[in-house]
Design a protein. Structure first.
Length: 394
């Protein structure tokens, strides 16, 4: 199997069709069936380095190269209005499930991320880093969203990443309720799965949420400004305990008051001082046995999701939306994440340092695969004609 075929196997008919059936996604579609829609988006995304738009996607739909690659009729085309209608109607949940399938396969096949410390590397393999990013546009454009500034509406994308910045969960919210991270971040937990370390910033401060994570046989690591707690035990520190960025000043096992945590779960509170500005930083975790330096270094990995969000908005141009309907925005985001995952797999398998370079090489790979298909079809037709000629002479 060629490398192009291995990548496209993530989106093979046996992966897509069960979801199409589940959500009845093609019930009213005349020609823009789900599988064709996915291929058209990925083709346009790969070949259009400028900002993707419904106009450019419609133009790509008329290309002979795309028709050949997607095995479509010579007269196939998709209009801007047809694409817009399909984005608004095709079930976004189908693409969420498809994205999560591709993410699971990607994570299983890539080698784990490495850090300077083998202990931190092992912890990072168990970690899910959580955060949200806000997309804000004019209220004249968006149909749904919550207002932060007058004349504008905002959407919140809440995500979990694993390993080397691999997105594994993504949910989009337009309701003001989810503007609070106490509400949004827990929605990307998977408490049915055990042994996960959830890493997040100070957005979650409900003590019961911490206890719920521990109660599901998972763990967490976060920043904390808590002052109301009871110290159960003070762990002894070496005389000089410091990392590249922090000096640790205390390590305590604590409990929160019963009014905040009815389970009275013990947690660990680590206090440190920043070498950069002298600010006091406190880390709260349910990991009681790991070294202080390993935990503070593990928390530093949380910065990778901030970098990932910047990358989504710049390189992947996530804020230049194809649709302004809530459903269409979700479909766009999930398809963008799928495109990112396939490109990332290609980048890692070929040891390409730059994502931009990987994206360019992937385009060439798809063209090579197309040329191979055309060549094989030409050979097949030639053999058929030759056999027919032999039959005629006999």
């Amino acid at each position: 199997m060629t490398q192009a075929n291995r990548l496209l196997a993530h989106l093979s008919p046996d992966k897509i069709q069960p979801l199409v059936t589940k959500y009845r996604a093609d019930f009213s579609a005349s020609k823009l069936h789900t599988a064709v829609f996915v291929k058209l988006f990925l083709y346009s995304w790969s070949f259009d380095r400028a900002a993707l738009s419904l106009r450019t996607i419609a133009e790509h739909s008329t290309s002979d190269t795309f028709r050949e690659l997607a095995d479509l009729a010579e007269d196939f085309s998709a209009s801007k209005s047809g694409l817009s209608d399909r984005l608004a109607a095709i079930p976004a949940e189908l693409f969420r499930e498809l994205f999560e399938q591709v993410a699971h396969e990607t994570l299983a096949n890539l080698s784990p991320a490495k850090t300077k410390s083998p202990a931190v590397t092992k912890l990072l393999q168990q970690a899910r880093i959580l955060d949200s990013t806000i997309i804000t546009l004019s209220a004249k454009l968006l149909k749904d969203g919550y207002q932060i500034h007058e004349g504008q509406l905002s959407l919140k994308a809440t995500m979990a990443i694993a390993g080397r910045s691999i997105p594994v969960k993504a949910l989009l919210y337009t309701e003001d309720t989810y503007s609070n991270e106490n509400k949004a971040l827990p929605t990307v937990f998977n408490l049915a799965q055990q042994g996960i370390i959830y890493i997040f910033d100070r957005g979650i401060h409900k003590r019961q949420t911490y206890a719920d994570i521990v109660g599901s046989n998972n763990h967490f690591l976060t920043r904390c400004d808590a002052k109301n707690y009871h110290v159960i035990k003070t762990n002894q520190l070496p005389k000089k305990l410091a990392t590249e960025t922090l000096t640790v000043i205390s390590d305590e096992i604590i409990r929160f008051p019963k009014t905040q945590d009815k389970t009275q779960t013990p947690f660990r509170l680590i206090a440190s001082v920043s070498k950069r500005d002298g600010a006091t930083l406190r880390f709260l975790t349910s990991l009681l046995d790991q070294s202080v330096t390993d935990l503070t270094e593990l928390y530093r990995c949380r910065w990778s999701i901030e970098i990932f969000f910047r990358f989504l908005k710049s390189e992947l141009k996530l804020e230049q939306l194809l649709s302004y309907s809530t459903n269409g925005i979700k479909v766009h985001i999930y398809l963008t994440l799928i495109a990112f995952l396939l490109t990332w797999v290609f980048k890692e398998e070929n040891n390409i340092k730059s994502f931009k370079r990987a994206r360019e090489k992937l385009k060439l790979l798809l063209l090579d695969a197309l040329m191979g298909q055309v060549y094989e079809e030409g050979v097949r037709q030639g053999q058929t004609h030759q056999e027919a000629a032999v039959d005629d002479t006999s």
